[in-house]
Design a protein around this ligand. Structure first.
Ligand SMILES: Nc1nc2c(ncn2[C@@H]2O[C@H](COP(=O)(O)OP(=O)(O)OP(=O)(O)O)[C@@H](O)[C@H]2O)c(=O)[nH]1
Length: 401
């Protein structure tokens, strides 16, 4: 492809992508990572245009020094966007970015007497910033891996391209017998590309660089929003299914997943038990030590129950101080033993919180799934009745229906 056309497409794409990200920023109630990414695209376009002016004006401070600063500021802003996406409430300010930018500006200014060296150094710095972005991306925890993986792939490709480009430029600069070749593969480069495009000796390095830019731009355009949306989706699913206090499943998630286990057990004719667990005299705990300590007790009980169960069991907080446990593949005897163990674990020693010593116990109502249980609700209803009996019989014990 005609190189100036390719460069034009890249700049235009970045311009449009910046606009798109700005629209998303407005739509997403000003989620700031989109603002940083939008400005990053536009700064890249500005950097490209200023560098391109190299062919028409003889102002190296503008077309080399300033253009390089813009081309470096663009990935730096992309990094800032990723940082903000990872930790939106972080108090981490702009200081490190501003200091870095000042150091780079002064460093490049020091190179001004030999300004042809600015471009390879710029490429190395851009590669460094993409490595930083890669590091941040790799540390994002997300169940949907594809956007992250694609971004990492193209960021890595861009790092390699930038370093190759810097290497070729440095070789050309050192090899003073071929000064024009340094210009040919000069990165900022856009200008030299425009100048050289008419000659038949266009360096293939330039094509690789710009194709890498093109891939990077299009991937970023698609994947940054997808990355954010998949994370938001995850957070919404978590909000809908996870109890905020104990981080166990909530009532809604329990009914959904345990109901599946119930139908599976019926289908496979395998054993299944359900336990309803309720803290004893929890009102007294709140009244004596306060609500905050009460919350800590609930967290501790939740953690203890979870520790005692297998990964395939579902434990959920289904009410204020009420928990439910689904035990697929567990028969009556085993459920009985397990219930006794749970009661013992909670009651064996008072819980030490701050300077308080809080005695806790639980009552459990258990039920084994039989052919009489037509649906999951009838199973739970029997477990509830058994729990009522456990309370009636004096608490701190398990009763089975
Ligand atoms: N700290 C705290 N307390 C809660 C929460 N949800 C419910 N509670 C309290 O749990 C207590 C439940 O009291 P009751 O239903 O009378 O039960 P109990 O005192 O445990 O008595 P029994 O169940 O009969 O042994 C109430 O005081 C609620 O305020 C919560 O999220 N945090």
């Amino acid at each position: 492809m005609h190189l100036p056309t390719l460069i034009g497409i890249i700049l235009l794409l970045n311009l449009i992508l910046g606009g798109l990200l700005m629209v998303i920023y407005q739509l997403r109630l000003k989620q700031r990572c989109f603002l940083y990414w939008a400005i990053s695209c536009w700064i890249f376009v500005a950097g490209g245009l200023v560098a391109a002016a190299r062919s028409y004006v003889d102002m190296p401070w503008l077309t080399h020094w300033f253009a390089s600063l813009l081309l470096i500021a663009a990935p730096l802003l992309a990094v800032k966007g990723i940082q903000h996406f990872r930790a939106p409430r972080s108090t981490q300010g702009w200081r490190s970015q501003i200091v870095l930018m000042l150091v780079i500006a002064l460093g490049l200014a020091a190179l001004y007497p030999v300004y042809t060296w600015i471009s390879p150094i710029t490429s190395i710095l851009i590669a460094g910033l993409f490595i930083w972005a890669l590091y941040l991306l790799l540390n994002i925890k997300s169940s949907m891996q594809l956007p992250q993986q694609l971004l990492c792939m193209f960021f890595s490709l861009h790092v390699v391209t930038m370093l190759l480009q810097a290497g070729s430029m440095l070789v050309s600069l050192v090899n003073v017998s071929e000064p024009t070749s340094a210009m040919q593969i000069d990165a900022g480069v856009i200008a030299s590309a425009v100048v050289e495009s008419s000659s038949a000796t266009m360096s293939s390095m330039l094509y690789i660089t710009f194709i890498s830019h093109l891939l990077l731009t299009t991937t970023t355009a698609l994947m940054f929003p997808l990355l954010v949306f998949s994370k938001t989706e995850e957070q919404l699913v978590e909000l809908a299914n996870i109890d905020d206090l104990t981080k166990l499943f909530n009532r809604r998630a329990f009914f959904k997943d345990a109901d599946k286990q119930f139908h599976q057990a019926r289908k496979n004719k395998s054993a299944m038990c359900v336990l309803m667990v309720d803290l004893d005299y929890f009102k007294d705990v709140n009244d004596t030590w306060g609500h905050a300590i009460g919350d800590e007790c609930l967290r501790w009980v939740a953690k203890t129950l979870k520790q005692e169960l297998r990964d395939t069991d579902i434990v959920a907080r289904v009410g204020g101080e009420e928990f439910a446990i689904s035990l697929p593949g567990v028969d009556f005897e085993l459920a009985h033993l397990l219930s006794k163990r749970l009661c013992k674990r909670i009651a064996e020693a008072p819980l030490q919180l701050e300077e308080h010593s809080i005695p806790l116990s639980i009552s459990i109502g258990g039920v084994l799934c039989t052919s009489k249980h037509k649906d999951f609700h009838s199973l739970l209803s029997d477990a509830d009745k058994a729990l009522y009996l456990a309370k009636e019989n004096g608490r701190n014990q398990a009763v089975f229906a």
